[in-house]
Design a protein around this ligand. Sequence first.
Ligand code: ADP
Length: 162
Amino acid sequence: MRIAVYPGSFDPIHYGHLDIIERASVLYDKLVVAVATNPKKKPLFDTQERIELLKMVLKDFDNVYIESFEGLTVNYALKQGAQVVVRGLRAITDFENEFVFALTNKKLEPRVETIYLMTRSEYSFISSSGVKEVAYYGGNISDMVPSIVADKLHQKYDDALK
Ligand code: ADP
């Protein structure tokens, strides 16, 4: 069975992520979307909230599973029985970080391949931090995230202002 892990912060999931998940789910028998819990980062949505949003958005994918993990991605991939770590690439700026990420993974665990899917041009500008910034100032994020995510974001910021 071909198993892949797609790790990320997903704070929150947006259309760029969703496109990578759709395409990877066709390439592999099983895709594990893995929410990274990094104690050094302060996400807007806690791990449970990010998982719940992913579950709602991805409910129609039969071979996509959602989990959280802490620690090295390659160790987690091995634990899942995955041969592949999938990542998305937007721009040159992503490339530098991803290049280091892929080479480090290979050094740590030669049995795991890190594979890149190029963003679709219409999603290349989307990032979770960009989405949060636009939502914070009340802008329209309907082309960036599914409506359920947009609702949760607006709710978060409305609650914060109360
Ligand atoms: P973000 O950078 O949006 O905060 P994450 O840290 O959750 O996202 O990223 C998880 C993975 O998804 C990374 O490999 C990242 O490069 C990829 N990714 C993020 N946004 C996009 C996009 N718009 N198109 C394609 N891949 C993306």
